[in-house]
Design a protein around this ligand. Sequence first.
Ligand SMILES: C[S@@+](CC[C@H](N)C(=O)[O-])C[C@H]1O[C@@H](n2cnc3c(N)ncnc32)[C@H](O)[C@@H]1O
Length: 439
Amino acid sequence: MAEVLRAAAAVWVRVRDGQSLDRALQDQALKHEVAAPIRAAVHAVSHDALRHCALIEALLPRLIARAPAPQVTGLLAAALSQLIVGAYRDHALVDQAVAAARSDRHLSAAAGFVNAVLRSFLRRRAVLVPQLLLDDATRLNVPRWWLQRVRREHPEHWERALACAVQPPALLLRVNRRRCDVDAYLARLRSEAVTARRVGPYAVRLDRPCPVQQIPGFTEGVVSVQDAGAQLAAPWLQADDGMRVLDACAAPGGKTGHLAELSDARIDAIELDPARAGLITDNLQRLGLAAPRIRILTADARDVASFWDGHPYQRMLVDAPCTASGIVRRHPDIPWLRREADVAQLTTLQAGLLDALWPLLAPAGRLLYVVCSVFREEADQQADSFLERHPDARLAPLPGTRHGWLQLLPTGADPVEPGQTVGLPTEHDGFFFALFEKV
Ligand SMILES: C[S@@+](CC[C@H](N)C(=O)[O-])C[C@H]1O[C@@H](n2cnc3c(N)ncnc32)[C@H](O)[C@@H]1O
């Protein structure tokens, strides 16, 4: 455990310095700083720490007079997260944190300090923690601006949506209907003693998450890892065989793969980041779907002259870059990496993508705009201003919508809310969808 805490401490420092959690974990693994057998544990502790970031950062100034060196703070954060979640016996965990400090030449001088701070936490925990959790931003683990925004924009559901985001996420799969139907896949799982259930039209939830290579059928392309909310996009685009489809922000190719599973449409998948474009190729190869009907192009989708051959598309998917405020349960670092000013910046980028791509759509064609966000500026307000700018656009209905567009707030495994729309998955991340039709 000492080695795990030490590695998680380094991850904490990087994330609080502005690096994404995935990148921090990946960099460490690549540098062989973390031995393969403990990577899963480092991943789990780092996620736990960020899922309790607000509480940890509220606790630290109450436990120590002056902020120590960042690496020491990182070790305290990793250890406190494990004392909070209660995964190990308290005193054994403190001993391991002290051992972690002693085993690192940058931390060894702080071993006594780490011991004192953690023991002080154990003595004061029963009073301190409930007191700090009275603050909604601490309890729901978001910066104050984030809490205020979600509360203002979703006055009825803010608490449920934010509370869902602090729960560890389920592992959701999409069944490749070219290979297998959901019932047959569930039967396969039962025969391999894996407990699972259906949560959407193609979506299966595994009760016990596991590494992707251990998911039955994953390597041979029978299933992909994809949230059940994200799985709504491809069917809603209704791309038929032979149609020209543009997937404008495509990497890592989750929705490209789904589109290609559902029909023999001809798909142009555009991605700005060359490294991420490679992930689309890997995904499609695993699914056994590839060229010539799917082209992967590295380009800025706003620069249409760089990729467009002048033939209109009948369908377009614009799964635009966004704050990712709807997928915090999978990426607990997101609230701590974003600044409030990012919302306006990303909204401008999304509008730029929509405006540049709209002329490429054929008459009567359809464009599905998607963001994994719960912030209205990127969602319904973005859709409304697009409609104002483009008189030849109107909203086409989506299943279960009252407004034409659909905002899904994150929903966990709890019982389905009364009134939840039939046909929508029962468990999903936060997404916004608007389907525009060219009149
Ligand atoms: C939300 S992700 C897309 C997820 C993907 N559709 C899927 O289902 O797996 C947004 C992607 O858009 C890419 N992107 C950002 N700006 C872009 C631009 N101007 N043109 C094309 N791609 C862009 C990002 O690199 C990122 O990979």
